[in-house]
Write a protein that binds this ligand. Structure first.
Ligand code: DGL
Length: 270
């Protein structure tokens, strides 16, 4: 394959479901000329309450799917999948640029004023080695309060972003963090940025809420540049959506979260 045909290839992006669209939106803003393939592993969602080995295996299978579709780079737009499988993906595809995500503990350390940081994420993310290394490395001299939040991913998957039900579940997880007087909240799951208005209505303006979408998009650009893989033309890129779940169901929620043209969603059988 010639270098230009590789440069013309898509960036593959995946998540357990539609949460990674919070990352995809930032990648689209940062890299308007790139073609993007998004895979929502809806048939296996949520990842965060499953055994780590199962998710590790699944992340490899989804990466294989994206590579088979000609992806020139893969963005693992899921904190849980990164915790479980990022190292394995990189080991299997040493030549492939692979971008991961991680909870924004490092930026939180920089912005906190009172040294109290809350992290909302899945059980798997919060109990993993990557996360404990992240805290040990970047959260020196501050207190980090972690809160697993089962149920939030399912609400986003159902498109319930700011409903009374969503607010009730959010209160259950945010109230204990607010009692600890955190001034910074890290959204350590790519589904949660879609809950930002509901989260902010509970936390108020005093709390800085951080996610990683923009940083991941910038990192994707840097890595493509480093590998000389940025798209060679300035024409607007296109997006293709796949799901392992029911395309009609997933299409309805993607149309809500992806604010550009209505999405066509194809069945990705893996
Ligand atoms: N968006 C995924 C993450 O960032 C959700 C995990 C799940 O499916 O439980 O962790």
């Amino acid at each position: 394959m010639g270098i230009n045909s590789v440069k013309n290839g898509p960036i593959g992006v995946f998540d357990s479901g539609v949460g990674g669209i919070s990352i995809l939106r930032e990648i689209r803003k940062q890299l308007p000329a790139e073609d993007l393939i998004y895979f929502a592993d809806s048939a296996h969602c949520p990842y965060g309450i499953k055994p780590v080995d199962e998710i590790r295996q699944r992340t490899l299978e989804v990466t294989d799917f994206l590579v088979d579709l000609g992806s020139k780079a893969v963005v693992v737009a899921c904190n849980t999948a990164c915790e479980a499988g990022l190292d394995r993906i990189r080991a299997k595809y040493p030549e492939l640029p692979v971008v991961g995500v991680e909870p924004a503990v490092k930026p939180a350390h920089q912005v906190t004023r009172n040294g109290k940081i809350g992290v909302l994420a899945t059980h798997l993310t919060l109990h993993g080695e990557r996360f404990s290394n992240l805290v040990a490395k970047y959260a020196t001299g501050v207190e980090v309060f972690t809160q697993p939040a089962p149920g939030l991913v399912e609400l986003v998957e159902a498109g319930k972003l700011d409903t009374p039900e969503t607010k009730t579940v959010l209160h259950k997880y945010l109230d204990p963090l607010l009692e600890k007087e955190i001034d910074t909240l890290v959204l350590g799951c790519t589904h949660y940025p879609f809950l930002f208005p509901a989260i902010q209505s509970i936390c108020g303006d005093r709390i800085t809420v951080l996610d990683t979408g923009m940083a991941v998009a910038r990192q994707t650009q840097r890595i493509l540049d480093e590998y000389s893989l940025l798209h060679p033309t300035a024409d607007p890129g296109k997006e293709t959506f796949y799901t392992s779940g029911d395309p009609d169901v997933v299409k309805t929620v993607i149309a809500k979260l992806w604010l550009h043209s209505p999405a066509v969603v194809m069945q990705g059988k893996i």
